[in-house]
Design a protein around this ligand. Structure first.
Ligand code: ZN
Length: 502
């Protein structure tokens, strides 16, 4: 149909968004179930249901009706209220995204990715980069081509970055990583020359039932209301938010490594607090949920590291931890635990890295991807370049591609340009801490008395409530001013100099 009446068009937009959100909610519950509770044999039936549900959403989004509606509303932007203006802006972008890659290329790419995962998995197990290289070459070629469809005016890698984080560019990242390199590389070297804290007391059996009770306690400490957020188990921890009254987190319990579940619970809890803090009026529209990956990670890492790995937080939770694990923590002090959970040591694998060295792992991948997409590095030379950068930034020798450039599944999944926003999230968090403290005073005393809610209230007011209403960079800049990596560099320098007595 064609639109002539503005109110009618707005009502239709609201109806479409409510429908899409309802289907997404249903598919989200199926995905959650698949990762937490469903038996293996459920996959086929679920696949059929998912195909039907996602088909409905696709047909609705790609329909002539929706395109005409969005075109009509785009011409009447000044007459719309602020929420609908942003909704139309987002819908217009997604309409354009649906048609920008020629269908046969899109299909060919997905066929390739379907095979790539299995080939990567075997190549990683067998430490055989040569087996994965031809697939990676094709994935890189597709991504370079798609970058031209996404935005022909941008450098290809910038266009890819922009897909994951609107407005992100190599210019921002080069400046960011150069500052980190300048400060963190020497800091990592200095830390490496100091004796490491004892972590032996964390390497004994911590029964899983007790870890579960402790995870619930941690959720309570950071202010997650069990009426709106629950925790279950999955292979890899994740968060899924359905609306601002229903967010689920997962963790994984390792009997001999209790800090894994502790910190993944606080990390996912940070994602959850963000989603729970989004303005209620956005429910059922494309404005609900988090703004982007970097803003999301800024929140999860804020709770995990800035709050959760602070001395005050450890002192706050230590009595309860001793009560739950009296035998394991006999003779251990809060200070011992504080030092153990902040142990920093260069390593080979990103997912096992600590707060200090994490960004260096991301930086290596960024440098490699930038050169691959920019055409200055050939796929066959990826392992040598990867290993050279690990030596330069982290001072470690990479013994195999299994522990090197084959470690993560992201390239086989086609995700190029996705990682840098992870490191950016940590840096955003450090600057948020600085601005929050300039308004509230130091956050340490709030943590010491268990008043995490005061910090959450600040984050909610300045970050959480906006959901997708503003672009991610605008959310950050309106709250914190221009991004400056100095705050992250200062935060790490101050913290690790004190812990390691530099
Ligand atoms: Zn996260």
């Amino acid at each position: 149909m064609s639109y002539t009446n503005l109110n009618e068009a707005i009502a239709r937009l609201d109806e479409i968004e409510a429908t899409v959100s309802a289907y997404s909610h249903a598919m989200g519950v199926l995905n959650l179930d698949a990762s937490t509770a469903a038996p293996l044999g459920a996959a086929e039936g679920r696949g059929k249901t998912m195909a039907v549900l996602s088909g409905v959403v696709y047909n609705l989004a790609a329909s002539d009706d929706t395109r005409e509606l969005v075109a009509y509303l785009s011409e009447h932007m000044e007459e719309l209220d602020a929420n609908h203006r942003r909704q139309v802006e987002i819908q217009k972008k997604s309409c354009e995204q649906l048609v920008r890659i020629p269908q046969e290329e899109y299909i060919a790419y997905n066929v390739l990715l379907n095979k790539a995962e299995g080939i990567w998995r075997v190549a990683k197990i067998e430490n055989n980069f040569a087996a994965f290289a031809p697939v990676l070459e094709k994935i890189v070629a597709f991504n370079r081509k798609f970058a031209g469809y996404y935005d022909p005016d941008k450098a290809p890698y910038d266009a890819l970055l922009n897909e994951y984080e609107e407005g992100l560019s190599m210019q921002t990242l080069d400046g960011f990583f150069a500052e980190l390199r300048r400060v963190i590389v020497p800091l990592i070297r200095a830390v490496g020359e100091k004796p490491q804290p004892d972590t032996g007391f964390l390497e004994q059996s911590f029964p899983i039932e007790e870890q579960k009770a402790f995870a619930k306690y941690l959720m309570d400490v950071i202010g997650l209301d069990p009426n709106y957020c629950t925790i279950t188990e999955s292979e890899h921890p994740f968060t899924c938010g359905f609306n601002c009254h229903d967010v689920r987190i997962t963790t994984h319990y390792h009997e001999y490594n209790p800090t894994f579940a502790m910190y993944s619970t606080i990390h996912e809890g940070g994602h959850a607090l963000y989603e729970l803090g989004v303005d209620e009026s956005y429910n059922g529209t494309c404005l609900s949920g988090g703004a982007s990956m970097s803003i999301h990670e800024s929140q999860s890492r804020f709770y995990e590291n800035i709050i959760g790995r602070s001395r005050e937080f450890i002192e706050l939770i230590f009595p309860k931890m001793q009560e739950v694990f009296p035998r394991q923590l006999q003779g251990v002090t809060a200070e011992d635990l504080y030092r153990a959970v902040n142990k920093a040591q260069p390593s080979l694998v990103r997912t096992e890295s600590d707060e200090l060295t994490y960004a260096m792992h991301v930086m290596v991948r960024y440098e490699v991807e930038k050169q691959l997409i920019g055409g200055t590095l050939e796929v066959k030379d990826v392992p040598a370049e990867w290993n050279r950068l690990y030596k330069e930034y982290l001072g470690v020798d990479v013994p195999s591609d299994t522990l090197g450039c084959l470690q993560d599944s992201h390239w086989s999944g086609g995700a190029i340009g996705y990682f840098p926003s992870y490191a950016l999230g940590s840096a955003y968090g450090a600057q948020m801490k600085h601005v929050c403290e300039s308004e509230l005073g130091p956050i340490a005393p709030f943590i010491a008395k268990g008043d995490i809610a005061a910090i959450t209230a600040w984050l909610r007011e300045h970050i959480h409530r906006f959901g997708n209403f503003k672009k991610p960079a605008a959310i950050f800049e309106d709250a914190c001013g221009k991004f400056d990596p100095k705050y992250f560099a200062d935060y790490l320098t101050e913290k690790y100099s004190a812990i390691y007595g530099l």
